[in-house]
Ligand binder design. Structure first.
Ligand SMILES: [Cu+2]
Length: 567
């Protein structure tokens, strides 16, 4: 463990942290937070530059963790770290599927016997939890209620449930921190900007404050509440995210809510869980029932929530299913900072007079490369009409089915479609500012594996010779194994669907190859990590039985077009 170096270099900052820890637990800010003020959620790298904010985060997490041992029927326990992690998921006899720690561990070892000795230490010390019986009707209703997209029981509330959870968690953490202005920071890994003065502050790097196990204080050394030993070896220290793979542009450009939500969830979201959490082979971050125990979970989900806001800002509020009454009526329950049961309806998330009291410091520049604005298309519309509501025409330009992936780096040829107009459709889709709004879309349908692949998969579009590769997105497998649902076989059958907007990638590839003939896909097993990260286990990946039912490259014309910002 390389802990001495970073601590020494942090000494000045850490002293500040500790100074404020002295007031631990004395302040209360609940009343100040009642007023209708806006909290600003900042990028983590901006946030940690302010010593007071970092102090508040560390103190808040510390206080919540210190409440883990409070009497189970107390307000303190309901505002503890353990309780909040359990709202997302937990292990125990009453957990979904009756998965106790032992049962889950067995399940994981069955899928991955070779790694059992390596990960034994990750399972050691995990507790089975039981929802406290008192007060009645609280814990048993709200524990393990996280909404994750599951091919078997698809949720349409991955984003809405997590937004509410973050909102109430933030209130609890604010109260615990004693800082009435505290707002949750987000880990901006989708941004690749590096500060030339301080490369360590690249957003893809989790700040070192999360990676040092101990903090040096004037009165001695204390355990760092933001540190978690159950992470990928060296993560945040000698190991960092590979920023090529955190580019979410092709996902953010999607205009259909379901496609966006699913691809964000299965893609970037799951990818981060895997990169931090040993590729889903061991707790915490890689395994749903434990993931929210790692403080990184909350700054990760704050970024996922921000990306939803980026998407909404670009596409308009009503690009969300706001006219779907069932979706809007859906209610979820949590506890607030006073430990009281609270209910929120999805509709409230879209109500300016609702409880949502925060905003993000950046929801308008969320792309690595801003896509061309479709001003031409907007200008062609009838006056007074905000959106093109014509039906979407889909033209398949290339396709392939039942692909088996058994190489770490595998190219997949796509058969050119014989459909009339296919060639013209591609050409118009990749022209920025084309008269009719159309785009190239890559669909990977029924992506499934039989065993844990121990990796995520990065997808590239590549030219005929395989010389230039354009990154598209990532395929993740988070939540697919050791799942709390008893349906692995059927789950594996149906698989997951991913959709990416590949207009920009095709445009680039077609500069050298104007006909677009022979464009193929490259699927590369990726740890998603850079620097001193271990390579993907080749054998496990090859034995995982990764298959894709169908790959489609389509051109979509018509349909809605993103609103022109400022309209
Ligand atoms: Cu998650």
């Amino acid at each position: 463990m390389k802990t001495t170096m970073p601590i020494a270099s942090l000494r000045r900052g850490v002293l500040g942290v500790i100074a404020s820890l002295a007031i631990l637990g004395t302040a209360s800010a609940a009343d100040a937070a009642e007023t209708q003020k806006r909290f600003i959620r900042q990028s983590l790298h901006e946030f940690v530059k302010d010593q007071n904010k970092l102090d508040s985060l560390i103190r808040g997490v510390q206080v919540m963790k210190s409440r883990n041992n409070a009497p189970k029927n107390s307000v303190a326990y309901r505002t503890s770290w353990e309780y909040w992690a359990a709202i997302h998921g937990y292990a125990g006899k009453t957990a979904p599927g009756g998965f106790t720690v032992k049962k889950l561990q067995k399940e994981f070892e069955r899928f991955d016997p070779d790694n059992a000795p390596l990960f034994a230490g990750f399972w050691a010390g995990l507790k089975n939890l039981t929802p406290p019986a008192q007060p009645r009707g609280v814990a048993e209703k709200i524990w393990a209620t996280c909404e994750h997209n599951d091919p078997l029981a698809p949720t349409r509330h991955f984003l809405s449930w997590h937004r509410m959870a973050l909102y109430f968690f933030e209130r609890v953490l604010r109260e615990a921190s004693g800082d009435p202005n505290f707002a949750l920071p987000y880990w901006d890994y989708t941004n690749d900007g590096t500060d030339p003065v301080d490369p360590a502050s690249s957003p893809g790097r989790i700040p070192i404050f999360f990676a040092v196990p101990m903090l040096t204080t004037p009165s001695g050394t204390i355990g760092n509440p933001l540190f978690e030993r159950r992470r990928t070896a060296g993560f945040g220290d000698t190991v960092q995210l590979d920023l090529l793979l955190t580019n979410a542009d092709s996902t953010l450009k999607l205009s259909n809510f379901s496609e966006f939500q699913e691809t964000l969830d299965f893609g970037v979201h799951g990818f981060i869980h895997f990169a931090v959490g040993n590729f889903g082979l061991a707790p915490y971050m890689g395994v749903i029932p434990f993931s929210a125990n790692d403080p990184i979970f909350w700054v990760h989900h704050a970024n996922i929530d921000r990306l939803w806001e980026c998407w909404t800002t670009r596409n308009g509020r009503d690009a969300n299913p706001t006219n779907d009454r069932d979706w809007m009526k859906k209610k979820f329950r949590f506890v607030n900072e006073k430990g009281r049961l609270v209910t929120m309806k999805v509709a409230e998330l879209f109500d300016p007079k609702g409880r949502i009291d925060y905003e993000y410091d950046n929801v308008s520049q969320c792309f690595r490369v801003e896509p061309p604005t479709e001003t031409v298309a907007v200008a062609l519309e009838e006056p007074g009409e905000q959106r093109i509501s014509a039906e979407i025409t889909k033209t398949t330009i290339a396709t392939t089915s039942e692909v088996e992936i058994d190489q770490i780096d595998q190219e997949v040829p796509l058969a050119q479609s014989k459909e009339r107009g296919a060639r013209e459709a591609v050409l118009s889709a990749v022209q920025p500012g084309a008269v009719s709004p159309s785009k190239a879309v890559l669909r990977l349908k029924g992506v499934r594996t039989e065993k844990a692949p121990g990796a995520s998969v990065s997808v590239f579009l590549t030219d005929r010779q395989g010389k230039s590769r354009e990154f598209v997105g990532v395929l993740g497998f988070f939540g697919q194994f050791g799942h709390s649902h008893k349906a692995h076989a059927r789950d594996a059958d149906k698989g997951r669907d991913f959709t990416f907007d590949v207009s920009a990638q095709l445009h680039k590839l077609m500069t050298d190859n104007p006909t677009g003939a022979g464009i193929r896909l490259a699927l590369v097993a990726s740890s998603g990590l850079a620097e001193e990260a271990a390579a993907v286990g080749q054998e496990r990946y090859q034995q995982a039985g990764l298959r894709i039912r169908e790959i489609l490259l389509e051109v979509e014309s018509g349909g809605s077009t993103p609103l022109n910002p400022g309209e």
